[in-house]
Ligand binder design. Sequence first.
Ligand code: NDP
Length: 336
Amino acid sequence: QTILVTGANGFIGGHVLKEALKKGYHVRALVRTEKSSQKFRTIFASYGDQLSWAYVPDIAVVENYASAFENPPKPITAIVHLASPFTMAVSDNKRDLLEPAVQGAVAILEAAKKYGSASLRRVVLTSSFASHVDLTQGYRPGYTYSEKDWNPQGWETAELDSATAYCASKKLAEKAAWDWIEANKPTFDLTTIEPPWVFGPHVDGVEDLKKLNQSSASLSQLLDAAEVPAVDFAGFVDVRDLGAAQILVLETPAAGGQRFLFGSHFDYQTAADILRENVPELKSRIPEGTPGAGLTQAVYAIDGSKAERVLGIKYMPLKDTLVDSFAEFVGAKKSA
Ligand code: NDP
């Protein structure tokens, strides 16, 4: 069986590739340019023909995906769609965040219908907790987010800050994908995966703290910070759990047609407490804040139990994720 993976060169993409290859799947990795394929070509060289590459210069153009479906080593049974902009460094929210996210999600489904064969059974779209959270409600103490929630914001967020627009880009993309399925009734089904912050080690390590992906950059702001940052997303999942889950949803028939919210509580004070307690050499580099004042009660909760139940996973504790993440940050050659 061959799995197509878009956004294959990203932080999560590396772990999806690793997990799929380890489990014996053939993987066709989709990236924008040949250059973007280089680091993982080297890292996964021992898998030989099990890993092949295709280039999709613009994720919003259906025809760009044609070559990805040509001559697969084994029939293509699934698509894992990760490619979507996750950066706050944009100059135009609509052009740089909302449009590529939404148009990319629809284009991969159109491409699946146009170029996929009868062997294609499932498309997995990596959405986000961003498509659940209602930012207008703030910390919302006492509330628990689950699969039933939808972020109420939409295209109007193009006029707001880029973090709000990013959240809307994920919601609109996921909504467009479910609407497309409803309208087209294809022979394959859709599963959406909704992680909050994804933290943990990189398959290719960390060389330069200034070139981190967005979620790792957010976590790394704790290092040498003057004070403990305020809560942004009050949830996290380890990237290794998420990589495994992306493949497990393909192997679990009951996951078809489902949304899965992942993870459990996260806040920077709790993270600071854990790091200062467990990693002695970080004590002088992580702000103390108010130990024990983690916001568990003062902020909404995330119910990620459906994914554990249906997929049979058990989330890694925050301590392991933090220790492994900061080992990379501290070891980076070009430290902040
Ligand atoms: P990365 O930034 O590491 O990877 C993003 C991937 O998407 C890269 O392959 C990138 O390609 C590709 N991409 C981004 N913008 C475009 C575009 N306009 N056209 C084509 N390709 C594009 O992020 P992650 O691996 O963390 O994120 C992967 C997915 O997971 C995204 O959909 C993100 O929204 C989602 N997600 C991530 C979370 C996290 O905390 N990390 C949390 C929730 C959801 P290139 O290198 O060429 O730019």
